[in-house]
Design a binder for this molecule. Structure first.
Ligand SMILES: C[S@@+](CC[C@H](N)C(=O)[O-])C[C@H]1O[C@@H](n2cnc3c(N)ncnc32)[C@H](O)[C@@H]1O
Length: 252
C-alpha cells in the first residue's frame, strides 16, 4: 500500500467537498429515480417503510424515497452534503430526518425496515474492525426481519469491468482524471482523483477495501444477519461474470 495515503482520508471534509461536483453531477442525481424504482422492487418495500440511508451524501435516494411516502432517515458525515439534501427536501416540501453522524456509531431509533448503503460507501476504514462495525450498527438499526442492502464494487466486478487503470473526463472546462490500482494482493483498491481547473491542480487520494461477494456475505453473517443474497445490480440480475456491481441483501 502507498504509505503516502492518509488512512483516514474518508474522514476529510476536503476530500468529499472537493469532489462534490465530480461525484454528483446532475445526471447522477437524476439517475436516483430509476435506482429507487429497482430498490423498491428488490426489497419489496411496502408504502410508508422506515428507511435508513446510511452514507446518504446529498440525499439523492433519501429525497426520492421520501417523495414516495417512506419515512426516511439520512445519515452522513459530511455537513455540506446534508445541507444540500436539506435544501432539496425543503424545496420539495418533504420531511427527511438528516443526521450528521459516523456510520460506525449511528444506530437508528426506532429501528428501520431497511438500511441502504449505496454506491460504494463501504470499506473505507483502514482498520477492518471499523468496516465490520458499520455492518453491526446497520444490524442494530433494523427490526427483526428487516433488510440491509449494500451496493459496492467487488474484486470480481473490478476484474471484469475495470479494464483501464486511468481514465479522464472534461466537464465545463474542468479536467477530472482518475487512477485506480489493485494493491495489497487484491485486498484493496488505491486510487486518486485529480482535478485540473483555472485554480491549478488538486489531488484526492484514497485507499479502500475490495471484498469478494463471498467475503462481504461472511462479514454480514458475522454481524448477525441470518441470510445474504448477492446480485449483480439493483435490478436483481445474477451475481455472475456480467455483474457490474455487487449488491448484497442481508436479512436480520
Ligand atoms: C460515494 S458517496 C455515496 C453517497 C450516496 N450513498 C449516493 O449514492 O449518492 C459516499 C458517502 O459516504 C459518506 N461517508 C464517508 N465516511 C463516512 C462515515 N464514516 N460515516 C458516514 N458517512 C460517511 C461521504 O460523506 C459520502 O457522502
Amino acid at each position: 500500500m502507498n504509505k503516502h495515503i492518509d488512512p483516514d482520508w474518508a474522514d476529510s471534509d476536503e476530500f468529499w467537498e472537493g469532489l462534490s461536483y465530480f461525484m454528483f453531477p446532475p445526471e447522477r442525481m437524476a439517475r436516483a429515480t430509476a435506482e429507487v424504482d429497482m430498490i423498491e422492487l428488490l426489497l419489496t418495500l411496502t408504502p410508508g417503510s422506515r428507511i435508513l440511508d446510511l452514507c446518504c451524501g446529498p440525499g439523492r435516494h433519501a429525497i426520492e424515497l421520501a417523495r414516495r411516502g417512506h419515512d426516511v432517515v439520512g445519515v452522513d458525515r459530511t455537513a455540506r452534503y446534508l445541507e444540500m439534501a436539506g435544501a432539496q427536501a425543503h424545496t420539495a416540501g418533504l420531511a427527511v430526518e438528516l443526521v450528521q453522524a459516523d456510520a460506525r456509531d449511528f444506530r437508528c431509533v426506532p429501528p428501520a425496515d431497511a438500511v441502504l448503503n449505496l454506491w460504494t460507501s463501504f470499506g473505507y476504514f483502514d482498520d477492518q474492525e471499523d468496516n465490520q462495525r458499520v455492518l453491526c450498527q446497520a444490524h442494530a438499526s433494523l427490526r427483526p426481519g428487516g433488510v440491509l442492502l449494500v451496493q459496492t464494487r467487488s474484486s470480481e466486478t473490478f476484474s471484469t469491468h475495470v479494464d483501464s487503470e486511468r481514465t479522464w473526463q472534461e466537464r465545463d472546462g474542468v479536467l477530472y482524471l482518475e487512477e485506480r490500482l489493485i494493491v495489497d494482493d487484491w485486498r484493496r483498491t488505491q486510487g486518486r482523483w485529480i482535478i485540473v481547473d483555472g485554480d491549478g491542480r488538486r489531488e484526492y487520494p484514497y485507499v479502500s477495501w475490495l471484498y469478494s461477494g463471498a467475503a462481504l456475505a461472511d462479514m454480514m453473517k458475522k454481524a448477525g444477519f441470518c441470510s445474504v443474497s448477492l446480485y449483480g445490480d439493483l435490478s436483481g440480475a445474477p451475481y455472475d461474470r456480467k455483474a457490474r456491481n455487487l449488491v448484497a441483501v442481508a436479512v436480520k
